[in-house]
Ligand binder design. Structure first.
Ligand code: ATP
Ligand code: MG
Length: 577
């Protein structure tokens, strides 16, 4: 491809909202263009990268026995009502109506659609197992679209769904996809980890997230260097402190004027924070987003609450809970902002972290302005409607598997695999008949890869101050031949010859034959991140060129033939799988 002919324009200025290197470089290199918040288009170079990521995913899915189909983005509300998710999905779902007022959505995911296909077309055990997948555009009206392709409102996903007759089959399907994802992200050149994850709104009972390690990632990962534990912070279990052996002291109300925070009350009373109880106040919503209840959650004063664990304990969707309007909650439940404790609350669900039941003589709000209670003990002074582990693990806390201190790191979720079980097949009636004509629910799994997000994650991990450094496997072109003086006939002829020789060997070549200063061309080559740069300049007459890898190292002089041979070998080796 001749750059003088390519539709290509770099951007000098990027909008201030672009803060991550991946976002900045993809805009600057002209790979993507923003239309509106969270909605992007792909330009020629960006489209080539996108297709390469897609093709890696496609090849690996096919190798694993998946069969590609392509479903519509438009989905009728009826199917979502059958699964119960029309209301549960919340404001992230892009809803629309046709001219006859019939309700639809733009698919944020496709469990319902795939379940519907299978229930209509599969009836016998002989037709199972099956794994269907698609690579297709998804729509989610994210609350905070940001970071370019990382969290957008329209994005490209590979979603796969497996259908099995029993748990054993589902285990195999899940393992097969887990291994496939490992191959996919390895081929994409990512440094990633598979971590245990919460199954969230999709549901089900086992899940792993594939996370590209990156300081700028939105996912917090907890891992243990002494064992193989790795989980999202939402998922990781925070181990309860050992129960206290202290004798219970008499409950006392104490005057603690103006001490609204844990820090303030602990220092006022001269107590360690572990001797206090922290209150978190939430309101919950019905399908129309009207407040339909209050929740008071209690954890030890030095802990943080894990909202996902609270949501799971309540069995409600993520969008159906938020911090409470304290004045309104106070009126309804008797809590007092800054002085809320677990004793004597009414009209609300009290959730108590499991650890608190074993701790003695703690300090908690008295539900009275400027007062706390000391020597508060579970069972004697208060109980919970729900008692379960709702605390968030922190760096250095004991590993839930082996007890060694855990380490935190950050990452970008590029894929997730779920065991769904019968979550969709049961309500939607996807069944098969066994050898004895007995009917069973089909067991399902679902498996997503964010294709466009993966592209961003690769750049996030692979760039320097000058631009992108594409791994060969997804680079828009493998080699860029920079012609120093495009009008020089000797130079352009040598470039042409090398382009042909490389192309014949399956190498994808971009020739920068633009009438620009060499400095501009080198800058652009670095910005767009082509793995191998061959410069054809003054020594073209002697058949000598310069050879440089984008990933580092110095400029080497080589004969044109040698450069072609080396580049072709590098590409061949990088692409061999
Ligand atoms: P997140 O927790 O980041 O919102 P999710 O858990 O909702 O993601 P899934 O439903 O598991 O996402 O979707 C499968 C994959 O699709 C994710 O692993 C991710 O790579 C990608 N993805 C999800 N939401 C977005 C988005 N808004 N923009 C780009 N890619 C996304
Ligand atoms: Mg996910």
């Amino acid at each position: 491809m001749k750059m003088s002919k390519m539709y290509f324009r770099t951007l000098r200025e990027v909008p201030a909202e672009a803060v991550l290197p991946s976002h900045i470089f993809m805009l600057r290199a002209g790979l993507i263009r923003k239309l509106v918040s969270g909605v992007y288009g792909f330009m020629p170079l960006g489209t080539r990268v996108l297709r390469k990521v897609e093709n890696i995913v496609r090849e690996e899915m096919d190798r694993a026995g998946g069969q590609e189909i392509l479903m519509s983005a438009i989905q009728p509300a009826e199917l979502w009502k059958e699964s119960g998710r029309w209301s549960a999905y919340g404001p992230e779902m892009w809803r629309l109506k046709d001219r006859n007022d019939r309700e639809f959505c733009l698919g944020p995911t496709h469990e319902e659609i795939f379940t519907d296909i299978i229930r209509n077309e599969v009836s016998s055990y002989r037709q199972l197992p099956v794994n269907l997948y698609q690579i297709q555009t998804k729509y989610r009206d994210e609350a905070r679209p940001r970071f370019g392709l990382m969290r957008s409102r329209e994005f490209i996903m590979k979603d796969a769904y497996s259908f099995d007759r029993d748990e054993e089959g589902l285990d195999l399907s899940y393992r097969n996809m887990y291994d496939t994802y490992t191959r996919i992200f390895t081929r994409c050149g990512l440094d990633f980890r598979a971590v245990e994850a919460d199954s969230g709104a999709i549901g089900g009972n086992a899940s792993h997230e594939f996370t590209a390690l990156a300081d700028n990632g939105e996912s917090r990962i907890v891992c243990c260097d002494s064992c193989d534990m790795a989980a999202t912070d939402e998922r990781a279990e925070c181990v309860d402190a050992a129960p206290s052996g202290e004798a219970e002291l008499p409950l006392e109300e104490v005057h603690t004027p103006g001490t609204k925070t844990i820090e303030e009350v602990a220092s006022f009373l001269g107590l360690p924070k572990e001797k206090t109880i922290k209150a978190l106040l939430y309101e919950t919503y019905d399908d129309d987003m009207h407040v339909n209840g209050y929740v008071a959650a209690f954890v030890r004063g030095d802990r943080e609450a894990n909202l996902i664990k609270i949501i799971n304990a309540l069995g409600i969707p993520e969008h159906a809970i938020a911090f409470a309007d304290e004045a309104k909650m106070s009126e309804a439940t008797g809590c007092v902002g800054g002085f809320t404790g677990p004793m004597g609350l009414k009209n609300c669900t009290v959730i108590v972290d499991s650890e608190l039941t074993g701790q003695k003589n703690l300090c908690a709000g008295a539900n009275r302005e400027d007062y706390h209670c000391v020597n508060v003990n579970y069972g004697r002074d208060y109980t919970g409607d729900i008692v379960t582990n709702i605390k968030l693990i922190q760096e250095g806390d004991p590993c839930p598997k082996c007890g060694a201190p855990v380490r935190f790191t950050r990452g970008i979720e590029v894929g997730q695999v779920f065991k769904l079980g019968t979550k969709y097949s049961k309500p939607m009636g996807a069944v098969y008949k066994d050898e004895n004509m007995k009917e069973h629910d089909i067991l399902m799994g679902c498996y997503g890869v964010g294709i466009s997000r993966t592209m961003a994650a690769i750049v996030e991990q692979s760039h320097d101050e000058n631009g992108i450094i594409w791994p060969v496997s997804v680079a828009p072109y493998h080699v860029i031949i920079t012609v120093v003086k495009a009008k020089d006939e000797v130079q352009s002829a040598l470039a042409e010859k090398m382009e042909q020789a490389l192309t014949e060997q399956g190498v994808e070549v971009l020739v920068d034959d633009r009438d620009e200063r060499p400095g501009v061309k080198f800058k652009d080559a670095d910005l767009i991140g082509i793995p191998v740069r061959i410069t054809v300049g003054k020594k073209a007459a002697d058949g000598i060129v310069e050879y440089k890898l984008r990933s580092g190292g110095s400029v080497e002089e080589k004969t044109a033939d040698q450069a072609v041979e080396d580049a072709a070998r590098l590409v061949r080796e990088a692409l061999s799988v």
